[in-house]
Ligand binder design. Sequence first.
Ligand SMILES: Cc1ncc(COP(=O)(O)O)c(C=O)c1O
Length: 366
Amino acid sequence: MYYSVKANSNQSIIKILSKLGSGIDVVSGEELMRALAAKVAPKKIIFEGVGKTKNDLILAIKKGIKQINVESIEELLLINKTAKSLGKIANVGIRINPNIDAKSLKKISTGNKKDKFGIPTTDLNQVVIIAKKSKNINLKGISCHVGSQIFSLSVYEKVFKKIKETARFFINNNINIKNLNLGGGMGFDKTKNKKFQIKGFKKLVDKHFRNLPYEISFEPGRYIVAESGTLIAKIITTKKSGQSNFIILDAGMNIFLRPALYGAHHNIVSIIKRRASINYNVAGPICESSDIFGKNVFLPKQYTGDYVAIQDVGAYGSVMSSNYNSKELAAEILIYKNRFTIIRKRQKIKDLISKDIIPRWLGDFH
Ligand SMILES: Cc1ncc(COP(=O)(O)O)c(C=O)c1O
């Protein structure tokens, strides 16, 4: 397994996963630097992503990471050129775009022919020609990731068939494919009572790959970390607007974007136990109507200064947070049994303000 760092890239989380034996999947040069800073061995890192810069590639090739998964013909040529200039041979895989509908949200689908990801299978003849001519790349893998929040095993079955077909195509063209990366995307959503069928998934993998000579890997993110994170927010105020009871929290879409961006639902629970149950709309402090974590949430009566917990925010939580409305990013705390440590300090507004530069030529306004 190669844990997909994009879901939660705190170095402590990377460290835990790599100590447990997982490899690491990065999708940017910056994530690669994070993984290296967390002391992940380069041979345990794979690198995908549709916008790798030349500097990203130089770093990946110099460090000798396990594999760079290529997302375009242009990138394949650039990797060969970059590796040549460094006097190295880069291990590469081809990320195919299989034109398969992930049956998930449009915003998190990546495997349709109209999406920007991967190389269309219709272009693979060209890949073969380039790979044979390019002395500084070693094409040895195929990868495919068609989206996130996938619950349908039939989607994976289609992907598996396409990957096998692609591997055979390359082997028939005398390119020695050694590893197949079957992607991530395994769904997690407690509020809809949906469960990813992990046992069924294992059976499916066995059915398609058990007797084949490839190294098989996956790159899940959400499924590994979603449940492990809880956002604790303080109630700034309560208010009534018409018939609605609002709770306004000190964390909003700036800290946890998924409800505003995807309409995602997350369970919200009261930290304090009180008897009466009230129907609340739970909102953040940001000046956007979409800054709502939940409508018609039944909670015990809440007061200013109380805390609520928003559950299952471990994936695509803090990594998507922003300084919108000049808000500070939240602190992160790692808890294990009876131990806890702050693993990311809360940002300070003075540090944020200090990043602005006002040109002298704007002068003073009086
Ligand atoms: C290339 C790639 N691999 C893996 C993942 C991880 O996806 P998930 O967190 O849904 O498992 C993503 C996320 O979209 C991705 O883009």
